[in-house]
Ligand binder design. Structure first.
Ligand SMILES: Cc1ncc(COP(=O)(O)O)c(C=O)c1O
Length: 463
């Protein structure tokens, strides 16, 4: 019994049909609805009995093709929700190659570790970190944060005794507190420091908190700064944080999930120089760099510290000088996963195919578009801004004397359900905002015009 096709020609025909359908989807990404909920009939197709007998390639191809319209919608130019990248057609080819090779990229001497290490070197160069910076390609910033904070914790535990505490702002993504929880540090021991009016961490309040914790017998070990906060894109004073970390002997981790990648462009670069002073940095390729899901990265300045936190190879994983068990970079030495796919390939291929210049142009254009949208909002007497626009996120609302939060929530749901656009919501200073995030290389200014028109129309109908 083999699982290879009985008829390779028939398989080839089905696979080509799948590729054609996928290319058609991407070539027409700007057409039609943004989000389309999965119809009941499709759901029933999925929720079938355990398949005992299989189906032909042809049947499976048609089934897979029928799923294509029912994703999140982030390939569409009017997807503005949360922080989702739009991906790129080039990802298809790398994914096909990776599927054909079916490598386990946990270690050993083959193409995957060489590609992965190259992506890490490029990433370090982009962020201004030394060429020998350590790192790993992971599923996303959440996993990258767990890895980075484990290294930081282990380093602190080498020298300090007592309850470790870390510091971050109230705007930091929840993955930092979750990492504290997973690492057994306790969520409460990640202190949430207040922000200034720009929603950046208040560095004076941070200094005060560190001093108070020390006086109370706690052991400060970490500052988590944010380059591009999830709610509205604030960039902390990274240089200021680096100064405090240096003076206090703390580890500086930066969550740069999407914002750090803006360092390749012109508009935000000057505010991101502090990235190069991080001890560790987490960011994503699948957000603003437009690599297909999923691909994130953790960079750790101190390779020995990184390796020391994860490398523990038993006899069945011993490396060798020669043969397949050779190879200098084994991913298993730098993270918790042994078996892992060839995620780095699509990142390497994407960066090679498009080049940093084109990726930077996308980022700068999105920053300009966020300002364009801010101007549209300010020009409309029915709308008001709820937060500054430091980067690529615009938070605003429809003005209403009644239950404003409920109204704006309903506007967002109607935008999504009508298929016109997908913004998300967030809370800024206690008020619900329509949140428009621009990490999309397909968005045009006319898409933002259409969004504002729809908000005004729906808001008018509801009030
Ligand atoms: C600032 C920030 N940090 C962390 C994350 C989590 O990243 P991921 O979803 O790749 O795990 C996000 C996700 O949007 C984010 O915006």
């Amino acid at each position: 019994m083999t699982l290879d096709p009985k008829d390779w020609d028939a398989f080839r025909t089905s696979a080509h049909a799948m590729l054609d359908a996928s290319i058609d989807k991407l070539a027409n990404a700007a057409e039609g609805r943004v989000w389309t909920p999965l119809p009941e009939a499709e759901k029933a197709n999925i929720q079938a009995n355990l398949p005992i007998q299989g189906v032909s390639h042809d049947v499976m191809q048609k089934q897979l093709e029928s799923f294509l319209p029912y994703g999140v919608g982030n390939t569409h130019p009017r997807f503005f929700g949360w922080v989702h990248g739009a991906g790129a057609p080039s990802g298809l080819m790398a994914e096909i190659a990776a599927a054909a090779m079916n490598v386990n990229a946990g270690g050993r001497d083959h193409v995957a570790p060489v590609v992965e290490r190259q992506v890490i070197e490029w990433s370090a160069e982009i962020m201004g970190l030394p060429a020998d910076t350590s790192g790993l390609i992971v599923s996303g910033t959440s996993m990258a944060t767990i890895i980075a904070l484990k290294v930081a914790r282990d380093q602190a535990m080498n020298t300090a005794q007592g309850q470790l505490v870390g510091y971050t702002s109230t705007q930091t993504h929840s993955c930092a507190a979750q990492a504290f929880d997973i690492l057994g540090l306790g969520r409460d021991h990640l202190r949430k420091i207040a922000c200034n009016d720009a929603l950046e961490i208040d560095v004076h309040a941070l200094q005060t908190a560190i001093t108070a914790d020390k006086a109370a017998g706690f052991v400060p070990f970490l500052i988590v700064g944010t380059a591009g906060a999830v709610n509205m894109g604030a960039i902390d004073d990274l240089e200021g944080l680096a100064e405090i970390a240096k003076a206090e002997g703390l580890w500086l981790h930066i969550d740069g999930a999407f914002g750090a990648t803006a360092v390749i462009g012109e508009h935000a670069r000057a505010r991101l120089t502090g990235l190069s002073r991080a001890d560790s940095l987490a960011f994503d390729f699948h957000k603003w760099l437009q690599v297909n899901y999923d691909a994130g990265c953790v960079l750790i300045r101190d390779e020995a510290a990184h390796r020391g936190s994860f490398s523990d190879r038993p006899e069945y994983l011993h490396g060798s000088e020669r043969g397949l068990a050779g190879g200098a970079f084994w991913a298993v030495d730098y993270g918790p996963e042994l078996s892992r796919g060839f995620r780095a390939l699509k990142v390497w291929a994407h960066m090679k195919e498009h080049g940093v210049e084109a990726l930077a142009a996308v980022i700068d254009r999105n920053i300009e578009q966020a300002q364009y949208l801010e101007n549209l909002v300010k020009a409309s007497p029915k709308l008001e801004m709820l937060a500054p626009v430091p980067l690529n996120i615009c938070c605003f609302r429809y003005k209403f004397d009644g239950d404003n939060d409920a109204l704006n929530e309903e506007i967002v749901v109607q935008l999504q359900e009508s298929g016109i656009a997908v913004p998300s919501t967030t809370i800024i200073n206690g008020q619900l905002a329509i949140r428009v995030n621009l990490t999309n290389h397909r968005t045009k200014e006319s898409d933002l015009d259409m969004l504002v028109e729809a908000v005004l129309r729906i808001g008018g109908e509801l009030t």
